[in-house]
Structure formats: C-alpha cells, structure tokens
Design a protein around this ligand. Structure first.
Ligand code: ZN
Length: 197
C-alpha cells in the first residue's frame, strides 16, 4: 500500500470526511473484494436540503414524530459509508472495511447483495433534481482515495443495481460530467453502459 494511502485512511475511515459513526453496519463476508461504489440520493424530508435529519436517520436518532414523512419510514435502520452534502462537505458513517446498509436487494453484473462488496455514497439530493457543482467536485478526492485503498473498479447508481425498485440518484445526475471528471483525473472506473443517455 502506498504511504500516502495509509495516511489517508484509518481502519476504513477516510480522513477527508467528518466521522459520525452509525450503529447500522455489519462485517463484510470473509474474502470479499470491495470493487463497487454505489451512488445514491437522499434528502429528509424529500427535497428539503440542509439540516441534520439524514445524519440522525443514519445514527438512529431521528424523531419519527417530527415530520409526517418520517412516520412512513419509522423504525428504518439504514446507513451509508458516505454522505456528500449540497456544499460538498463529506460525512462518513460506517468504516469502509465494514458492510453498510444502503443497497438492499441488489445485483450488479450477476453478483448479488451489493452491500457485501460495495461502498455506498449518498448525495444530498432528490431523484430528478440536479446536483451541485460542489458535490461533483467533492466526489473526486473521495473516489481517488477509495481507489487508492480498495480495488474499486465500478461506479454505478442505486438505480442500476436495483432496477424497478430504486431510481436514485436519478436523471438529474450527470453521468457524462462524471465520466469527463474521471477521465481528467485518470481514474479508471467503469460506469454503467447506458448511464450517459
Ligand atoms: Zn439509494
């Protein structure tokens, strides 16, 4: 492992993120190769940006009675490794050495249970809405650090690994822009074949 990579990570926690440990995780299966990064979008309530409802959801501190929308997700125990806020700030909730609960029933290229072998990255946003330049910018150091420390080879959306069930990050996410950014950074990540349509 390169020296700079070991300095950037400590037991699966990236030093470029604010750490907000979630209890919602488990061990990855032994011998699994973590080669997938999954992009999501989330906002709580949907379409409302800012505030701390997402981090409270991921750390099981959300007051379900606080908003009518929260009643519909009462008791939900989920997490993601990372959350990229609208201003580009990055938060981390689960060590990338562990299995976060972001993908649910899923498969990519014939491999099921993507949570076992992926890193989950939530973008604060909403399916159909666009994302902020600061978020695209913030993804690059995160993806670069991930690629230096894990054998990440694919970057997909939740919609691609759970088609028909999930639609995030959605049509507002600019995969062409992502592809151009990756190319400019010489990051060799494979994107979904139809993602640029
Ligand atoms: Zn998702």
């Amino acid at each position: 492992m390169p020296a700079h990579a070991s300095k950037a990570w400590r037991q699966g926690w990236w030093k470029g993120a604010m750490h907000l440990p979630s209890p919602n995780f488990g061990p990855r299966p032994a011998g699994v190769v973590v080669d997938l990064a999954v992009l999501h979008s989330i906002s709580l309530p949907p379409g409302v940006y800012g505030g701390d409802a997402i981090e409270r959801l991921f750390t099981n501190r959300l007051d379900w009675d606080e908003h009518p929308y929260f009643l519909g997700i009462r008791g939900l125990e989920v997490s993601s490794h990372f959350l990229v806020r609208r201003d580009g700030a990055v938060q981390q909730f689960v060590s990338c050495d562990d299995r976060a609960w972001h993908a649910g029933r899923s498969a990519w290229q014939g491999r099921e249970n993507c949570n076992d072998w992926s890193v989950g990255i939530e973008l604060e946003g909403l399916e159909g809405d666009t994302f902020e330049p600061a978020q695209y910018k913030a993804l690059m150091p995160l993806l670069r650090a991930l690629c230096q420390h894990y054998p990440i080879a694919h970057l997909v959306g939740h919609e691609h690994i759970a088609p028909g069930r999930k639609i995030d990050p959605g049509p507002g996410f600019d995969w062409d822009r992502m592809r151009a950014q990756l190319r400019a950074s010489s990051l060799a990540l494979e994107l979904p074949p139809h993602a640029a349509c």
